[in-house]
Design a protein around this ligand. Structure first.
Ligand SMILES: [Zn+2]
Length: 296
């Protein structure tokens, strides 16, 4: 009797430990300096598939993108394009933020023919902080808001041209129709795309109190890291809206590269949390896009 009760209690302890492991994304592997500095997110970086419970997603190991202290001022000419939806203009949603699928493909073709090379966030980071050489005519394609188009139209088009992009997703919309769910976000990650954070609820961060601001930055980052099973270092401000308090919260949350909607193509180590991007609207043409980038 005693032994069977003891067995039951041991099993209960084992089950509790297993749950605790799953809840924080598991463990194992050697922590890096950055992992230690970022606490819970560091655990997720070691999590492997258990951090993405319920899927067969094998978590990637991603480069640690934490700037060294007193990094020298350095800049790189890297246009970061901003798309939102790629969908027929008669589909539901905000038409101003939509690009026709055929136009999107034509724009990718123009970039390809123009000799542009899409790069990852870590490549921009390495160029800025490690003085690494970038491919010729580097460009980052970013896609905001995490619409379903990301996997149905944008990813296949990118793969056709062997291109990569950064997808900024809204973590509070993963269960809403029309938006990426967790598995689809992992699909982008597994396909070698960069996935960044675009807050939990896509609100103007300047309007929030300190607690809400933390939920939309650090809280959202934790959610996304649990989905992906690895750290996330890049962020995009909803509506491009920020102030000093917002930037402070983004920094405190552990993001090291954050994007606005202010136009510009020069990224710098002096303002890594307010990096400019180039909006690509529905009226843009392939040749117009090339001229936005500084000429074909
Ligand atoms: Zn947005």
């Amino acid at each position: 009797m005693f032994s069977s009760m003891r067995l039951v209690s041991l099993l209960a302890v084992a089950a509790a430990l297993a749950l605790a492991g799953a809840g924080c994304g598991g463990g194992g592997g050697a922590a890096t300096t950055s992992d230690a500095a970022h606490g819970a997110s560091g655990k997720h970086s070691q999590a492997g598939a258990s951090g993405a419970a319920g899927s067969d997603h094998a978590a990637r190991r991603v480069p640690v993108l934490v700037a060294p202290p007193n990094a020298p001022a350095r800049s790189a000419q890297v246009p970061v394009l901003t798309y939102h939806r790629v969908a027929p203009l008669n589909a539901v949603g905000i038409t101003d933020l939509k690009v026709e699928p055929s136009t999107f493909v034509a724009e990718l073709a123009a970039l390809h023919a123009g000799g542009y090379h899409t790069i990852h966030q870590w490549q921009l980071f390495d160029a800025l902080y490690k003085h690494r050489t970038l491919p010729s005519k580097p460009v980052i394609i970013s896609v905001d808001d995490g619409y379903i188009d990301d996997v149905t139209r944008i990813l296949p088009a990118l793969q056709r041209f062997h291109m990569v992009a950064t997808f900024f997703v809204i973590t509070g919309r993963m269960s809403e129709p029309g938006f990426l769910d967790a598995n689809q976000i992992r699909q982008l990650d597994s396909a070698g795309m960069d996935v960044g954070d675009h807050t939990a609820h896509h609100v103007d961060l300047r309007q929030l109190d300190a607690t809400q601001l933390q939920t939309e930055t650090a809280g959202s980052r934790r959610v996304l890291e649990r989905v992906l099973g690895h750290p996330v270092y890049f962020f995009a401000y909803p509506f491009g809206a920020f102030d000093d308090q917002v930037v402070g919260a983004v920094h405190a949350a552990g993001f090291t590269m954050a994007y606005t909607t202010a136009g510009g193509t020069t990224e710098t180590t002096t303002s890594p949390l307010t990096m400019p991007r180039v909006h690509v609207g529905r009226a843009e043409t392939p040749s117009g896009l090339l001229s936005l980038l500084g000429g074909a």
